[in-house]
Ligand binder design. Structure first.
Ligand code: ADP
Length: 635
């Protein structure tokens, strides 16, 4: 049994205490399997001699199985084990491994290196203090080295070690090392990587891992472990940046106590400090810093605390508390870099959930400025981002939030995007700066409003949103309905797919991206018309749930009536009013809903009309009844 296991079984408290006071370095290894990643990680785990129990046990079992106790064999087995595990688990997000030395604890994120795992690397790198970039001394810089270096610079990883590995295979040549260093310096300069350390090593032989290598006396620097043990970590560096705390919850155990709990993202705070709550902008003074172990005279980045303030002000989960003299910025429109992480591509205009700190808001990408080719760093024009693509985009959210540019603060400047229906994380982003629009454009308050116009029109304005396959009967029913409403003296407007596509939306086609934008514009026009006091009838296939929900969210409660004109594909196709199904089947028409583009059925529409058993007149009667029931038309 190792001394670690002994300590764990004899004196667990001592063991835990020993670890508790050590700082933690998170780092990521980059490079392909061939560059020696598994060997390096194996070497670090092995040399640290403080392997965690399960890893240690695994080696002991393996070495018994193979009938050897020799150190060399243990190391080889460990590496083989890691390599096998990585191959089997290549589709897992990121493998995290833990080890520790006398000085520090480490978490190493091991991610696959290929381009199709860009999202995994972004995930692993997003919390890393350092990156170890492996370069095979025989091969020098590869496309992969450039890609990984770009991602490392993008995510603002503080320290980069270029580990020039397999030096034993180039006779420990100083010249080979120096040539690679010179090449990498150019790349680092181009990417703006400032803190780069170059170490010649052999992970396999153990050169310059924990001890300076006798094989490379020309190298004057420190071995890798020394670097890892001494690199300044974010948590320490963050102490000197402006104070930010994202409120995770509000504590109110009784009327006398009201505390705001969260972990300090950056900076330090003391009782008596003047603070500003954002985005509301209200100010107060810190009364106490409360923790499980009593009140503190000061708290710093990385600590979880509860603040109490001297004034009763309104604070809710997701608010950011800053020092009054160095507050965060406030905005609802940004430029950002976005990494796309899902098989379903990014659709500009589609609403997603955006989570930043402890706040979740609704967001849309309003424009993709360009996509970055991660291998060449070229800027490419694009309408969408596919899985693993990285782009620079404009982003709009539904209410202002407090933020900092990502390069100044990773916690208050980094966000994820979540799909509203599936709850999957679909993107990870970094805020660059606010687009100043929100501060300068104010909603004009007007005296004649929606309610006044609706009253004058003798109706409650609303949108009747027809959705269904092409040929389902949307236009036919909508047209009959409008005639009846008109005859009864109501004020209506019918927005119809084909008509809108001849004017407002004539620049749009039928790709998923364009369909989303088509519906977004129609939804905005419908909103204006509801505001104008009209009964808006919109008849569009509107195949995606997300956009129908978005249209719904633009108008008030009860003002959106979703009508699913439900006709089976076979019947719509048989009717084929415009001959479009035939063209689609012949391959002359691409992206046709129901054929090679999906239709997402409404889950709970206000009304469903089954046209196989309801004729047009009956359908109109059903809708009229529904409108009366809902108070849109007088009874
Ligand atoms: P959409 O607007 O949904 O593309 P259209 O209204 O243009 O569909 O075409 C629907 C076709 O189906 C019309 O020719 C219509 O006469 C026919 N139809 C047959 N039965 C029905 C029904 N019960 N409701 C609506 N349309 C029907």
């Amino acid at each position: 049994m190792s001394h670690v296991s002994e300590m764990i079984s004899n004196d667990i408290d001592q063991y835990l205490q020993m670890h508790e006071h050590k700082s933690l370095l998170r780092f990521i290894t980059c490079g392909s399997v061939d560059d020696g990643k598994s060997t390096l990680i194996g070497r670090l785990l092995f040399e640290s001699k403080m392997l965690f129990e399960d890893q240690l046990a695994a080696i002991e079992v393996d070495s018994r199985k193979y009938g050897t106790q020799g150190e060399a064999m243990d190391f080889a087995l460990l590496v083989d084990g890691l390599a096998a595990e990585r191959e089997q688990g290549i589709t897992i997000d990121v493998a995290y491994r833990f080890f520790s030395t006398d000085k520090r604890k480490f978490i190493v994120a091991d991610t696959p290196g290929h381009e199709q795992y860009t999202r995994n690397m972004v995930t692993g790198a997003s919390t890393a203090d350092a990156a170890v970039m492996l370069v095979d001394a025989r091969k020098g810089l590869l496309t992969q080295t450039r890609r990984h270096s770009y991602l490392v610079s993008l995510l603002g990883i503080r320290h980069v070690v270029v580990a020039i590995n397999k030096m034993d295979l180039v006779d420990y040549s100083e010249e080979v090392f120096q040539n690679i260093v010179n090449d990498y310096r150019q790349l680092a300069e181009h990417l703006g990587l400032s803190s780069v350390t170059y170490i010649p090593m052999s992970a396999f032989k153990g050169d310059n891992i924990t001890e300076p290598s006798a094989n490379m006396p020309w190298y004057q620097g420190q071995p890798l472990m020394h670097f890892l043990e001494h690199a300044v970590v974010d948590a320490d560096a963050g102490v000197d940046t402006p104070f930010r705390l994202a409120v995770q919850w509000v504590n109110r155990p009784n009327l006398d106590f009201r505390g705001f709990t969260g972990s300090i993202a950056s900076g330090r705070i003391r009782p008596g400090d003047r603070v500003r709550v954002q985005p509301s902008g209200q100010e107060s003074t810190v009364a106490r810093i409360v923790t499980m172990d009593g009140d503190l005279p000061e708290a710093v980045a990385g600590q979880s605390i509860t603040l109490t303030l001297t004034d009763e002000i309104d604070i809710s989960r997701g608010d950011v508390i800053s020092k009054a003299l160095a507050p965060a910025e406030i905005a609802d429109q940004f430029e950002c870099t976005l990494t796309w992480m899902h098989e379903a591509p990014l659709l500009p205009g589609r609403p997603y959930l955006l989570k930043i700190g402890s706040r979740t808001v609704t967001a849309t990408i309003t424009e993709i400025k360009y996509q970055v080719n991660v291998n060449t760093l070229e800027h490419l024009p694009t309408k969408t981002l596919e899985l693993n693509a990285i782009g620079v985009c404009n982003l709009s959210i539904d209410r202002p939030i407090a933020f900092d540019p990502y390069r100044e603060n990773h916690d208050t400047g980094g966000f994820i995007l979540i799909d509203r229906l599936s709850n999957n994380t679909v993107g990870a982003g970094l805020l660059h700066f606010a687009l100043r629009r929100s501060q300068n454009i104010h909603m004009q308050a007007v005296d004649i409003n929606k309610a006044a116009r609706s009253r004058l029109n003798g109706q409650k304005s609303c949108v009747l949103w027809f959705t269904g396959l092409s040929g389902a009967g949307k236009s036919t029913i909508a047209n009959e309905l409008e005639k009846q409403l008109f005859a009864l003296g109501h004020h209506t407007y019918l927005l119809d797919g084909d008509n809108v596509r001849h004017g407002l939306n004539r620049d749009l086609g039928f790709t998923d991206v364009d369909r989303v934008e088509n519906i977004r514009r129609i939804a905005e026009v419908s909103r204006l018309m509801v505001d104008a006091g009209l009964i808006v009838i919109s008849a569009f296939i509107s195949p995606f749930r997300a956009e129908r929900d978005m249209a719904r969210s633009l108008v008030g409660d009860g003002e959106f009536i979703e009508i699913h004109v439900d006709t089976p594909l076979a019947i719509a196709e048989e009717r084929d009013v415009k001959g479009l199904y035939r063209k689609a089947r012949d391959g002359q028409l691409k992206n046709f809903t129901g054929i090679d583009s999906p239709y997402e059925q409404p889950e709970s529409p206000e009304l469903r009309i089954d046209t196989t058993e309801t004729n047009v007149d009956r359908a109109v009667q059903q809708i009229m009844a529904c409108l009366r029931e809902r108070g849109i038309l007088p009874l």
